[in-house]
Design a protein around this ligand. Sequence first.
Ligand code: HEM
Length: 399
Amino acid sequence: MDIPTIDFPNSDKEFIDNPYPYMKELRETSPIHYDTFSGLNLITKFEDVKSVQTSKTFSSSDPEEIKASDEKVSQREEYQYFWRTEEFSLLNLEGQLHGDLRGLVAKAFSNRQVQELRPFMEKKSNELLSSVNPDRFDLLKDYAQPYSVSVIGALLGVPKEQYDNFLYWSNCIVKMYDLKISKEDADEAEQAAKDFYYYITGLIEEKSKNPQNDMISRLSVVTENNQKLTVDQIVCTVILLLNAGHEATVNTIGNSMVALNNNNINTKGLNKKFEIKDVIEELIRWDSPLQFFQRWVTEDTELAGFKLEKNSKVAILLGSANRDEDAFNQAESINFERSNYGHTSFGGGVHFCLGAHLARLELEVSFLNLFKHEIRLLEKPERTGAFGIRGFKEVIVSI
Ligand code: HEM
């Protein structure tokens, strides 16, 4: 049986506003669809997404023959700094190198070190919320972004004066991860990657001479079996942590508060009615801030009754998997008393989100503070237009 072919409406406004009815239709028609534009086989069902995440037949690294192809070589030349910052990104590695690097990074990013940040998070969250105009403010620009950037900045040990640059660099770079990108955005991402690369290299040099109690310093000295991270590995890791560390968290705060408003759920005192952890997990499931990740097929295989050829590519649709009725009862509804919160928003398998403990704590502190108020949407918020990283341009609210 052939995989049905579709033209995924990646940039269609109606789809971006609410992709879930279309993805439900996809799930009901076939577990896999082939998108002609991106050349990706889209995996729509929860169980299949889980299988891809945990199987060695699906890899996050480019196969050697693809790396050597003319198209990839010329892309690497044109966007050399972008690729340089990606070379040792955990997201793109597999096997021994991934395991070794992930082990070293995890050692410098323990749960204890994250929990120690709680008082800092509480202070920052209070400060920001008490300085907004309660009658009208942008939940993203005035609260979520400065909150999240200062947390990851403090953890890594990045000077405050650089936070605006980080926001800008990271916003530019993450556009490269969507299914379609314009030449203009790609050029801007390359320039941002270059500036980011040189800045971080300098910072690492400074910290290796004068180590502090922060993660960049720890990454410079951490060892396992006499192995240390190289400078390029640290640069890629720091950039990954900064990008991954705020985009998804900021969008989760925005998506969640909009979801509560649109579903007529009063935010005030919500934590007294339900466990805060359940509220967080359900909101991340319901509108996942990261909608898809790609994998290469490493050998001819079969998934959900379809044949997938070696060196073809799949995209696991996390947001679709999280709305799969076969995995979640009444998946379309928000329910803070589910028996199953095993969503895929933090991924699964060897690439499971390394910052999930930090994200969960940041969200807990934030939501506990936000739920002291009745947050009201003052305007219908507009989506950024991207599918992969799902968020809003602004979320104008009163509290
Ligand atoms: C709500 C917030 C977040 C969400 C939904 C999220 C989601 C994810 C997902 C789905 C993956 C797996 C990607 C794949 O399968 O290829 C991932 C990986 C990763 N995330 Fe997160 N993330 C969040 C916050 C964070 C934070 C705060 C950090 C760190 C500061 C972080 C660091 C990472 C890293 C380093 C990886 C790569 C792990 C690997 O490939 O071994 N994330 N994240």
